[in-house]
Design a protein. Structure first.
Length: 155
């Protein structure tokens, strides 16, 4: 099985960091914190999902995570919908999605205008291009989200 893995780290005020591996490629991730799997607010529940190409005008290089009650298209009857791996730097830019970057870092304000450095992933666009070089459009690929040791959330 072609598998991308995300080992999630311990939550912090700026979001939930993680580490992504696809074959020999190693990248960094960031999600929102766990909020009981609420739509557009919570990080992704641990588990294995199919990857489907999503590339859109807003997110040219992106994939949807599908399975375990999550659909690619908007569906109010699904547990969650339109969860993407896409370009972003800060957790507040994510609506329940996964940001992929080259590093974990602190970047100034994230467009909030207050000049405060916030936990982030750096160089997300480059990271997504490298990931696309490995997994292409995601056809035949899966992604496994792994919870950190001692995680108290309910998948």
């Amino acid at each position: 099985m072609n598998l991308v893995t995300v080992q999630r780290g311990v939550e912090r005020p700026g979001g939930t960091p993680g580490y992504l591996r696809a074959n020999d490629l190693e990248l960094f991730t960031l999600e929102r914190r766990w909020h009981q799997n609420r739509r557009r607010e919570s990080c992704i529940p641990p588990g294995i999902y199919d990857l489907e190409w999503h590339g859109s005008e807003k997110y040219q290089v992106s994939w949807a995570l599908v399975g375990k009650g999550i659909t690619h298209q908007k569906d109010p009857t699904a547990d969650r919908d339109v969860i993407l791996a896409h370009r972003a730097n800060w957790a507040h830019q994510l609506l329940g999605c996964l940001a992929v970057g080259m590093t974990h870092t602190y970047l100034i304000d994230g467009g909030l205008g207050d000049g405060v450095p916030r936990f982030a992933v750096g160089n997300s666009g480059k990271a997504l291009r490298l990931l696309k070089d490995v997994i292409g459009d995601g056809d035949g690929w899966h992604i496994e989200i792994l919870a950190p040791p001692g995680w108290a959330g309910v998948p």
